[in-house]
Design a protein around this ligand. Structure first.
Ligand code: EPZ
Length: 418
C-alpha cells in the first residue's frame, strides 16, 4: 500500500503546470477505437486511470504506442471481446467502451463499471440512450450485453444532465444511420473536447457544450490528431492550495473560464487572484477569509469534484459556511478525517456546515475516494506538524506527478510504499 507523508504549514511559491484533463482522457481513449485508421492524442496525463484504459485496449488487441504525455492508438486489427469484470471494475470510465464498441461493432459485453464509492452511480440513462438507438440490453447479475442489428438515429431526452451518458450516447450515435438529438445534454468542457475529437475523425456533431447536441451518423471515421484540454479540477485543486498556503503561487497552462464558479467564490471570500488568459496567480497569502455557501451543480455551476478540497478553505474562513452537495449522495466521506485534523464540520441531509477558523494539526488519515484524497492533501499542507495519508492510490488515479508538482513549490511531501 502507498502512503503520503506531509509536513504542513509551509508557505508555497512557484509555478505548477496543469496536465491534461482526466475526465476527458478517460473518454477519449475508448472513443479512439471508433477510427478506421489511427488516432494520435497529446497532453495525455500519466495517471493510473490512463494505464487501466490502455490495458483494456491491449486486451482488445488494439495497438497502443505511448510516449510522454501522448498516445497513438491503432484499432485496425482489434477484436471485439467481452471486457472482463476485473477490467470493468478498474474505473468508472470503463463504461465508455459500451458506447464505443456498440458504435463500432453494434455489440458490447462488459460488467458494471467501477469508480469512487461516492454514490450508487447507476447507468440507466446510458442504457436508455442505447435502447433508443435500437440496441437490446441483457443484464445477468452485473454483466451487460448490449447489441443491435442496426443503430438508427433517435431523439433522446436525458432526465439528468449526465456527463457519462451524454458522452456514451455520442460514441454510440456517430456511426448510426440518420440523426440523433440529445436533449438536456451535460455541458462540461470535457464533452466538448470529446466531440471535437470525434469531429476531427470526420464525425458530424454540433451543439456540444450546450444542452442540445445533434449528431448526423457517418459511415467512416478517419485518422486524426487531437489534444486533451487542461484539467480544470486539477487546476482548481491547486488554486485552492495556493489560496491556503501560497505566496507568488502560479497555476499555469489552464483555462480559467472553465472554473469561473470557483474563481468568483474565492474572490467573494477575499482571496486575491490575478487571473490571466491561461493561468491564475495568488500573489499574497490570504488573510481574513470570509465564510460563504456553495451548492454543487452541473456545469457551469460549482463543480462537485471541487467541493471536497474547497471544504479545507472554509475551515479557515471566519464564521459559518455551508456546502450543499446535489450531485452525489455519498461525497462527505472526508469529513470525519478533517475533524480528526481539528476542523469543526457537521454533515446533515447532503449539507456540510463548517465553522471556522480552526487550527489543523497533523495526524493519520485515509483517502476514501479521489477528491477526498485531494482534500486530505490540501488539509495536510495547511496543518501544523505531520499528516500521514493512507490509501493514496485513489489520489494517484487523478493527479499526475502530484508529489513532484507540490515539492517544486516548496511542499514537504513524500510518497512511500509500506
Ligand atoms: C463524471 O462522472 C465525472 N467522472 C465525475 O468526476 C463527476 O463528479 C461527474 O461527472 C459530475 O460532474 C468522469 O468523467 C470519469 P454523471 P459521471 O453521469 O459521468 C446520476 C472525479 O472525481 N446518473 O454526470 O459518472 C448520477 O448518479 C469524478 O473525477 C444517473 O442517475 O457522472 C449522479 O447523481 C467523480 N443515471 C448524476 O447523475 C445515469 O445513467 C451525475 O452523474 C448516470 C448518472
Amino acid at each position: 500500500m502507498k502512503i503520503m507523508e506531509i509536513e504542513g504549514n509551509h508557505e508555497l511559491s512557484g509555478t505548477i503546470r496543469i496536465s491534461g484533463a482526466k475526465n476527458a482522457t478517460v473518454a477519449l481513449i475508448p472513443a479512439a477505437i471508433l477510427t478506421d485508421d489511427t488516432a494520435t492524442i497529446c497532453n495525455i496525463p500519466e495517471i493510473t486511470d490512463t494505464d487501466a484504459l490502455c490495458d483494456i485496449l491491449k486486451y482488445l488487441k488494439v495497438k497502443v504506442n505511448r510516449a510522454s504525455e501522448s498516445i497513438i492508438i491503432d484499432p485496425k486489427f482489434m477484436e471485439n471481446a467481452e471486457i472482463t469484470e476485473d477490467f470493468s471494475k478498474k474505473l468508472r470510465a470503463s463504461y465508455y467502451f459500451m458506447g464505443a464498441l456498440l458504435g463500432k461493432y453494434k455489440k458490447c459485453v462488459m460488467y458494471f463499471p467501477g469508480g469512487c464509492s461516492i454514490g450508487a452511480r447507476p447507468i440507466d440513462l446510458h442504457l436508455k440512450g442505447f435502447e433508443a438507438l435500437g440496441a437490446k440490453i441483457k443484464v445477468e447479475k452485473n454483466k451487460y450485453t448490449v447489441e443491435a442489428d442496426e443503430l438508427k438515429g433517435a431523439n433522446i431526452y436525458l432526465d439528468i444532465a449526465s456527463v457519462g451518458a451524454t458522452i456514451n450516447i455520442m460514441l454510440a450515435a456517430v456511426k448510426a444511420k440518420g440523426k440523433t438529438i440529445i436533449d438536456n445534454a451535460a455541458k462540461e468542457p470535457e464533452i466538448v473536447n470529446v466531440a471535437t475529437f470525434l469531429n476531427n475523425m470526420g464525425a458530424k456533431i454540433v451543439g456540444a457544450g450546450t444542452s442540445t447536441i445533434k449528431i448526423e451518423g457517418v459511415e467512416h471515421l478517419n485518422k486524426c490528431f487531437h489534444e486533451v484540454i487542461p484539467d480544470r479540477i486539477e487546476a482548481g485543486t491547486y488554486i485552492i492550495i495556493g489560496a491556503l498556503c501560497g505566496k507568488n503561487f502560479k497555476v499555469d497552462n489552464m483555462i480559467p473560464e472553465h472554473i469561473d464558479s470557483l474563481l468568483s467564490k474565492l474572490e467573494e471570500m477575499g482571496v486575491n487572484l490575478e487571473i490571466g488568459s491561461d493561468y491564475v496567480t495568488i500573489k499574497e497569502p490570504t488573510s481574513n477569509l470570509k465564510a460563504t455557501n456553495i451548492k454543487t451543480a452541473v456545469y457551469p455551476g460549482f463543480p462537485t469534484d471541487l467541493q471536497q478540497p474547497f471544504t479545507i478553505l472554509l475551515t479557515q474562513a471566519n464564521g459559518k459556511s455551508k456546502i450543499n452537495e446535489t450531485i452525489w449522495e455519498n461525497r462527505f466521506m472526508h469529513v470525519p478525517y478533517l475533524n480528526n485534523l481539528g476542523s469543526d464540520i457537521v454533515v446533515k441531509n447532503q449539507t456540510a456546515t463548517i465553522i471556522g477558523p480552526t487550527d489543523l494539526k497533523g495526524t493519520m488519515v485515509t483517502a476514501t475516494d479521489l477528491r477526498a484524497g485531494a482534500a486530505l492533501v490540501t488539509a495536510g499542507l495547511k496543518a501544523q506538524g505531520k499528516t500521514t495519508i493512507t490509501n493514496v492510490e485513489h489520489i494517484l488515479r487523478g493527479y499526475e506527478q502530484i508529489i513532484e508538482k507540490l515539492t517544486s513549490v516548496g511542499a514537504k511531501i513524500t510518497l512511500k510504499e509500506i
